[in-house]
Design a protein around this ligand. Structure first.
Ligand SMILES: NC(=O)c1ccc[n+]([C@@H]2O[C@H](COP(=O)([O-])OP(=O)(O)OC[C@H]3O[C@@H](n4cnc5c(N)ncnc54)[C@H](O)[C@@H]3O)[C@@H](O)[C@H]2O)c1
Length: 363
C-alpha cells in the first residue's frame, strides 16, 4: 500500500513540529509495511511571501489529489496588518471549505503522567477523556453579511453573521452520535439557545436527530455555552462527546486543551469529504519559533489520527499513541509541560524519543 500525503508545514513552529510528524510517519510506514509519498505545499504567511496569497491553486490541486493532508500552523505577527481577505488564516478556512471538512474532531485526553502538568488541580483533571466535535464550515466564521463599513457620522460598523441551516446541523449531529456510540454513549450539545435563535434551531434539530434516527442508546443533554465553559474546568469527567458550533467549539476546545497540560498536546482531525485534514490544535506560536522549544506531540498524535481515520492503519496509530504515553511516563518533557524532576527536551529530541520507542514497541 502506498499513500499520497500532502504536507503543509505553514508558518512559525509549523515546520518544526511537522518535521517530527513526517519522520514518525515514515518510521511507522517502514515498520508496518506501507509507503508514504509526501508532497510539500506552501501555505499561509509563507505563501503570501512567495506568491502574494495564502493559498494557491497548485496547493489546492495537491490536497485534492491526496489521500490525506497534514497541516502545521499558519499565521504570525508579520502578516497581522494585512486585510482579512488575504490573511494567512484565510487559507485554513478555504482548505476546510474546499475539502468539505464540516466536522472537526478534537480528542481531549489527559495522559496520566501529565496529571500534575495542568494549571488545574490534579483531582479535577485526572481521568479526563472527552471529544469535542466542532462544526467547521458554517456559523459565524463564514456567515454573510460580514465586514466593516463606514457610517455617515464617521464611525464604523462591524458585522459577522451566525447562520446554520437544518442540513448543516443534522450532519454534525450524526457525527457526534456516531462517535458517542463508539465511546461512553453520551452527547452534550452546547448552544446559546436562551439568547440566539440560530442555536434554538441547533437544539431543536439535534433533539430530533437523537429521537428519530436510532440513537436511543446515546444519552443526550443540552448545555448553554457559558455553563459549559465553567463545567469544563469544574468537572471535565462529566463529558464524553461535546458537539457545538464553529465558534463555540473553537473557544471551548482551547479551554479544554488546558486540561491536558498544554495546547501542544492536542491533535485534531477535520473530516467530511473524501480527503481528511489533520493538524495540531495550536497555532504558529511566534513566541517560541525557531528555538527548538515547540512540543511536537500534538502533531505526532495528529499523524496517529490520520493513520486511523484516513489510511486504515489503526495498529500503526496505536503504536504512536503508546510510544507518546511511554515517553511521558519515562519523564521526558518539552518546556510547555515541564515539571520538577522531569527531563527537559526540545522538539527534535522529543520526536527522536518517540521514534525510538515506536521501534522498541515493534520489536
Ligand atoms: N490552526 C492554525 O493554524 C492556527 C490556530 C490558532 C492560531 N493560529 C495563528 O497562530 C498565531 C499565534 O496565535 P496564538 O499565539 O494566539 O496561539 P498559539 O497556539 O500559536 O500560541 C498560544 C500559546 O501556546 C504556546 N504553544 C502553542 N503551541 C505550542 C507547542 N506546540 N508547544 C509549546 N507551546 C505551544 C505558544 O508558545 C503560546 O504561548 C496567530 O497568527 C494565529 O492567528 C493559527
Amino acid at each position: 500500500m502506498n499513500y499520497k500525503i500532502a504536507v503543509l508545514p505553514g508558518d512559525g513552529i509549523g515546520p518544526e513540529v511537522m518535521g517530527q510528524g513526517v519522520q514518525v510517519l515514515q518510521e511507522v510506514g517502514s515498520l508496518y509495511g506501507f509507503g508514504v509519498e509526501l508532497e510539500e505545499g506552501i501555505v499561509g504567511g509563507s505563501s503570501i511571501d512567495a506568491h502574494g496569497k495564502p493559498l494557491t491553486d497548485p496547493v489546492l490541486k495537491l490536497v485534492k489529489q491526496s489521500d490525506a493532508v497534514l497541516l502545521g500552523a499558519m499565521g504570525g505577527p508579520k502578516w497581522d496588518g494585512l486585510d482579512y481577505s488575504i490573511r494567512p488564516e484565510r487559507a485554513l478556512l478555504a482548505l476546510r471549505q474546499e475539502l468539505g471538512l464540516f466536522a472537526n474532531l478534537r480528542p481531549v485526553k489527559l495522559f496520566s503522567a501529565l496529571a500534575s502538568a495542568s494549571t488545574l488541580k490534579k483531582e479535577a483533571v485526572e481521568g479526563t477523556d472527552l471529544l469535542v466535535v466542532r462544526e467547521l464550515t458554517g456559523g459565524i466564521y463564514f456567515g454573510e453579511p460580514k465586514g466593516v463599513t463606514q457610517l455617515p457620522d464617521g464611525t464604523e460598523r462591524g458585522v459577522n453573521t451566525e447562520v446554520y441551516t437544518t442540513p448543516e446541523i443534522e450532519r454534525i449531529a450524526h457525527v457526534a452520535f456516531q462517535a458517542a456510540l463508539k465511546r461512553r454513549k453520551k452527547v452534550t450539545s452546547v448552544d446559546k439557545a436562551n439568547v440566539l435563535e440560530v442555536t434554538e434551531l441547533w437544539r431543536k434539530v439535534v433533539t430530533r436527530i437523537h429521537k428519530d434516527e436510532g440513537y436511543a442508546a446515546v444519552q443526550l443533554e443540552h448545555m448553554l455555552v457559558d455553563n459549559c465553559a465553567m463545567q469544563l474546568i469544574r468537572n471535565p469527567k462529566q463529558f464524553d462527546v461535546v458537539v457545538t458550533t464553529n465558534m463555540f467549539g473553537d473557544i471551548l476546545s482551547d479551554e479544554a486543551a488546558m486540561l491536558t497540560g498544554s495546547i501542544g498536546m492536542l491533535p485534531s482531525a477535520s473530516l467530511g469529504g473524501r480527503v481528511g485534514m489533520y493538524e495540531p490544535v495550536h497555532g504558529s506560536a511566534p513566541d517560541i519559533t525557531g528555538q527548538d522549544k515547540a512540543n511536537p506531540l500534538a502533531t505526532l498524535l495528529s499523524v496517529a489520527m490520520m493513520l486511523r481515520h484516513s489510511l486504515d492503519q489503526g495498529i500503526a496509530a496505536d503504536r504512536i499513541e503508546m510510544a507518546v504515553e511511554d515517553v511521558l511516563n519515562q519523564g521526558y518533557r518539552t518546556a510547555d509541560i515541564q515539571e520538577k524532576g522531569c527531563r527537559l527536551v526540545g522538539c527534535k529530541e522529543m520526536g527522536q524519543l518517540v521514534r525510538d520507542r515506536i521501534n522498541l514497541l515493534k520489536g
